[in-house]
Design a protein around this ligand. Structure first.
Ligand SMILES: Nc1nc2c(ncn2[C@@H]2O[C@H](COP(=O)(O)OP(=O)(O)O)[C@@H](O)[C@H]2O)c(=O)[nH]1
Ligand SMILES: [Mg+2]
Length: 316
């Protein structure tokens, strides 16, 4: 079953991709089996995170980036972790082009994923969704997230390049920088340059950025609704990709990402399994009773519980 689905995914079949993403979103054993099959076929796509405060024009920008990459004959997968995002897939997917080349329909795939309470679960689903899109042959995978919360930072650090989208309004940027955007951005875009002169904003941001691994994050201005400045954004992304590859940084970053992914995933699975196992344990019940009766303090009880869990693990 999983094999049949994964072979359809590898062919880039959109319905199979949709189904596969639903499976990885749900998680658990079916997701693990599917990822096991797809994983050897991943690693080719360049992944881009687009983040920033709400309303700065991220979705509009992503639409234009899709369009620009389509002009360059590259396929694009998009994952929007913000249900309010509206994607058209770019004007190039219009009927005119579709009539010229049916295969174009296979070149863009867009999916949105609602954020939820379980942050770790979302990051896990997002990483595996990226793998499905990668295995399906997408050249570029763009992940849009909103804000600079922990999830965004976590997801931003699961991609090759992070684009931070801001607007020309001083004060906001200061806020944004306090919120941690400066550390995660490989490329900064000041969008809505039609509404106010972005020169001061660009200067302020650029002067606050530091060179990392031989890369000084560029600060570009765009008017996403008009498509102004988009080719330069894509050129910059491609330049950054080359920079990463030339210096062996892509693999270095990947190692770091995989390391934290493995620890997070193992920890989360361990947590779930432990909760499950403790359900029919009299020992936990007994500990709770003693703490309630003030016979035992919670700190000591917790350390005893660690010992109980370790013994359970040895038995498994
Ligand atoms: N004036 C102007 N409006 C823009 C520009 N880019 C996007 N918008 C508008 O800003 C609003 C929010 O855009 P959206 O892409 O949904 O922002 P997101 O929340 O960051 O994804 C929409 O009404 C867009 O049409 C721009 O360059 N200039
Ligand atoms: Mg959006």
């Amino acid at each position: 079953m999983a094999r049949e689905l994964s072979s359809q995914v590898l062919k880039g079949d959109h319905r199979a991709v949709a189904k596969a993403i639903s499976i990885v979103e749900a998680g658990g054993e079916p997701s693990r089996k599917l990822i096991q099959e797809l994983y050897p076929h991943t690693g080719r796509a360049f992944t881009i995170g687009v983040t920033g405060p709400t309303g700065t024009g991220k979705s509009t920008l992503v639409n234009k980036i899709i369009e620009e990459y389509r002009k360059r004959e590259r396929s694009v997968g998009v994952l929007a972790i913000d249900p309010s995002s509206a994607f058209t897939g770019g004007a190039l997917l219009g009927d005119r082009v579709r009539m010229m080349d049916h295969s174009l329909e296979r070149k863009v795939y867009i999916r949105s994923m609602a954020s939820r309470g379980d942050l770790g679960g979302l990051a896990r689903a997002a990483r595996n969704t990226i793998r499905v899109l990668d295995a399906a042959g997408m050249d570029l995978i763009i992940v849009e997230t909103v804000g600079a919360g922990q999830t965004e930072v976590q997801i931003a650090t699961t991609v090759d390049a992070t684009v931070v989208v801001l607007m020309p309004q001083l004060g906001d940027e200061v806020q944004a920088f306090k919120a941690g955007f400066a550390e995660i951005g490989d490329l900064f875009v000041i969008n809505k340059a039609d509404l106010a002169n972005p020169a001061k904003t660009i200067y302020n941001i650029a002067s606050g950025l530091q060179e990392r691994d031989g890369w000084r994050p560029p600060v570009l201005k765009t008017v996403a609704i008009k498509g102004t400045g988009i080719p330069a954004v894509v050129d910059s992304l491609e330049k950054f990709r080359k920079h990463l590859e030339a210096r062996g940084l892509r693999e270095k970053r990947l190692r770091r990402r995989i390391e934290s992914e493995l620890v997070d995933a193992a920890f989360s699975d361990f947590h779930d399994q432990t909760v499950e196992r403790l359900r029919d344990q009299k020992e936990l019940d007994a500990l709770v009773g003693r703490v309630v009766k003030l016979e035992l303090d919670p700190e000591t009880a917790a350390s005893k519980l660690v010992a109980i869990i370790a013994k359970m693990g040895a038995r498994a």
